[in-house]
Unconditional design. Structure first.
Lengths: 316, 249
C-alpha cells in the first residue's frame, strides 16, 4: 500500500483542479484557460500512456485528436445536435483510426515508427485542409455549437455556463486518468512496462509484443480522441491545425516537460505549456522560441521532467 | 519420445553459413551441454531453437510438433524458456517486479486488464517462492540493475523458471562469475535437473561445470556437430581433443 505521503501530490493536484474556477480569476487566469489545460492534459496523458509506459514514441497523435474533434463537430453539424452523440462519433472515429493505422505500423520501431506516425497524421491534415465542402477547409468547421446535456431529471448547461463545461472536462479527465491508472496496474499494464524495459525479454517471457503495442496504441488513441472532442467543444470550432504534426509535437513536449515516467507528469507539462503560451503570446509572436528555450533547459537540467525533479528533491 | 529435435538445420547470414546442417536431439529429463570454440555457432543454434529467428533450412520439432516457423512467444507458451549470454532482464524494475511479469505471463494473465484479489495473491506467493529458490530473499525490492552480476543472472534464471518450462536453455550461465557465484549457479542447475527432472540444454565454457553437470555433451565446431556423447566419450575423443580441448588447456 502506498503511504499517505506518496498520495499528497495527487490529492493536492485534484483539490486545485476541483476548485480552479473559483481561484483562477485571482491569479490572472480565466475558466477557459483552465479548461484548455484539462483538455490538452488528457491528450498528453494519452500520448504518454504509449511513450512513458510502453516505450513507443508517436509523433502523430494529432491524427486521433483531430478525428475526435472533427467527428464531434461534424456529428453535431450534419447528423443531430447532441453533445453525447458528438462524443460518441468523435471517439469512435479516432479509435477506429488508431486501430487501422496501428495495425499497419506496429512492426516498426523507434524513429521509423515516429516518422510513419507523422506521415499518417499529415494525411488527415491535408484531407481536412482540402475537402472544403465538408470540413470547411482552412477556415475550419463552423456553424455548430456544443449542446447542453439533458439528463432528463436535470439539465447540465455546458453551452452557456463555462464553469459547467470545465467540470464536464474535469470529469472526463478524472475517469480517463482512473482508467489508465487501473490498466497500468493490471497484468496487461505490467506487460507494457516489460516491453518498454526490454523488448527481447518480453518476447521470451511469452508476451506477443506487437499485439500489446497495438493495444496500447489503440487505448492511447481512444483517450486522445476524447480530448479532441472536448477541444472542439471548447471553442465550438475546429480547424485543420488540430491534425497538424506540430500539434502532435506539442503533446510530446507536454509529456516530456512534465516527466514521462510519472503518471501525472503530462498534466503538469500541459499546465506549464498552456499557461506559458497564454502569458507569453500576448507579449510576443515568438512565444514558441521562449517555450523552446524552456524545454531545452528542462530536458538538460531535469531530464525526468518537472515532477521527476520534485520527487528527487523529496528523496534526498 | 524426444523432447527437442532439430533435423538438418542450417542458418546463413548472407554468404556466412553460421549453422551448417545440424541434427540434434534431446531426451526428456536430459541435461545436455553444448560446447565448442568461439564462433562455433552455439548461440546462433540457441537462437534458432528458441525462435529469435527462423532457420534458412531444416526443421525443428518440440514434443513432436513442428515449431520451425513459430515466433518466440509461441515457443514460450509451448514450454521453451531461455536465458541469454548477456543477461536480458528489466534493469529499472525491482527483482519482484521482474519475476511478477514472468509469473503473470505464465499464468495467462498477460492480456488481462484486471486481476482478482485471489489471482494477485497467487502471483505474489509464486514470486516469493521464486525469490527463495533463486537465493534472492531480501532483495525483492531492489532494482535489478543495482544487483551483482551473479544476482542478475539468478533473477534471469528464475524468470525463465517462472514460465514453468519443459525445456530450459541456458546460454553460458556462469560467464563472468566468481568462484562462489559459479558454485551457487551450478548447485541451482543441478537441483533443477535432479530434483525437478527439468530438461536442460546449456552452453558453457567452464569444463569443470560441464563435466560435473552434463549427461551428454555435443561439440560444435564451425557450425557443425563435431562429436556427440557422454562426458567420458568426449574426453577420450581425439578429434575433440585436437579441435577444442587441446587448444584451450
Amino acid at each position: 500500500m502506498k503511504s499517505l505521503q506518496d498520495r499528497t501530490g495527487p490529492i493536492l493536484l485534484w483539490l486545485l483542479l476541483f476548485t480552479a474556477p473559483f481561484w483562477m480569476p485571482y491569479v490572472g487566469g480565466y475558466t477557459g484557460l483552465g479548461t484548455r489545460v484539462l483538455v490538452l492534459a488528457l491528450a498528453a496523458m494519452a500520448v504518454n500512456f504509449l511513450l512513458g509506459f510502453t516505450g513507443v514514441l508517436s509523433f502523430g497523435h494529432a491524427a486521433y485528436f483531430g478525428l475526435g474533434a472533427y467527428g464531434a463537430g461534424m456529428a453535431i453539424k450534419y447528423i443531430y445536435p447532441s453533445s453525447s452523440l458528438g462524443i460518441l462519433v468523435g471517439v469512435l472515429a479516432g479509435t477506429i483510426g488508431a486501430m487501422i493505422i496501428g495495425a499497419m505500423i506496429v512492426r516498426l520501431r523507434g524513429v521509423y515508427f515516429a516518422m510513419v506516425t507523422i506521415a499518417f497524421g499529415q494525411v488527415f491534415y491535408f484531407v481536412a485542409f482540402r475537402w472544403v465542402s465538408v470540413t470547411g477547409g482552412d477556415d475550419g468547421l463552423t456553424g455548430w455549437k456544443r449542446v447542453p446535456l439533458d439528463f432528463g431529471f436535470t439539465n447540465f448547461d455546458i453551452l452557456h455556463n463555462d464553469v459547467a463545461f470545465y467540470y464536464l472536462c474535469l470529469i472526463c479527465l478524472a475517469i480517463s486518468a482512473a482508467a489508465m491508472a487501473l490498466l497500468l496496474r493490471s497484468p496487461f499494464g505490467h506487460s507494457l512496462l516489460a516491453i518498454r524495459e526490454n523488448e527481447r525479454r518480453a518476447w521470451f517471457l511469452g508476451i506477443p509484443v506487437n499485439r500489446h503495442i497495438w493495444m496500447s496504441f489503440v487505448i492511447s488513441g481512444f483517450f486522445a480522441s476524447l480530448a479532441g472532442v472536448l477541444y472542439a467543444y471548447l471553442d465550438n470550432f475546429v480547424d485543420p491545425r488540430a491534425f497538424h504534426w506540430q500539434q502532435s509535437g506539442d503533446f510530446v513536449i507536454m509529456a516530456v516537460l512534465g516527466g514521462m515516467r510519472s503518471f501525472w507528469g503530462p498534466l503538469i507539462g500541459a499546465a506549464v505549456f498552456v499557461v506559458l503560451q497564454d502569458k507569453i503570446s500576448s507579449h510576443t509572436d515568438y512565444w514558441m522560441s521562449i517555450l523552446g528555450l524552456f524545454f531545452v533547459l528542462a530536458v538538460v537540467f531535469f531530464p525526468r521532467g518537472v515532477l521527476g525533479m520534485i520527487k528527487r528533491r523529496q528523496e534526498s | 519420445m524426444r523432447l527437442l529435435e532439430a533435423r538438418g538445420v542450417t542458418r546463413a547470414f548472407g554468404s556466412l553459413v553460421a549453422i551448417n546442417n545440424i541434427s540434434f536431439a534431446v531426451e526428456p529429463g536430459e541435461l545436455r551441454a553444448v560446447i565448442g570454440p568461439n564462433g562455433a555457432g552455439k548461440t546462433t543454434f540457441f537462437n534458432l531453437i528458441s525462435g529469435l529467428f527462423p532457420p534458412t533450412n531444416g526443421s525443428i520439432f518440440f514434443n513432436g510438433q513442428d515449431i520451425t516457423r513459430f515466433p518466440a512467444n509461441k515457443r514460450v507458451s509451448l514450454g521453451i524458456a531461455r536465458t541469454f549470454q548477456v543477461t536480458e532482464i528489466f534493469p529499472e524494475l525491482t527483482v519482484s517486479e521482474n519475476l511478477r511479469i514472468a509469473v503473470e505471463s505464465a499464468a495467462g494473465l498477460r492480456m488481462s486488464p484486471w486481476a482478482s484479489r485471489a489471482a494477485r495473491q497467487r502471483v505474489a506467493d509464486r514470486v516469493v517462492e521464486l525469490l527463495a529458490a533463486g537465493g534472492l530473499i531480501g532483495k525483492g525490492q531492489r532494482l535489478v540493475g543495482e544487483l551483482s552480476h551473479g544476482d542478475q543472472r539468478a533473477t534471469e534464471i528464475m524468470m525463465a523458471l517462472a514460465l514453468k518450462p519443459r525445456l530450459l536453455l541456458l546460454d553460458e550461465p556462469t560467464a563472468g562469475m566468481g568462484e562462489q557465484e559459479t558454485r551457487d549457479v551450478v548447485r541451482l542447475i543441478g537441483k533443477l535437473h535432479k530434483d525437478e527432472h527439468l530438461t536442460i540444454v546449456l552452453i558453457e565454457h567452464d569444463m569443470r561445470v560441464i563435466f560435473h553437470l552434463a549427461d551428454r555433451i555435443t561439440v560444435l565446431a564451425e557450425g557443425a556437430v563435431l562429436a556427440d556423447g557422454t562426458p567420458g566419450d568426449i574426453a577420450a575423443n581425439e578429434r575433440v581433443q585436437a579441435a577444442y580441448l587441446g587448444g584451450t588447456q
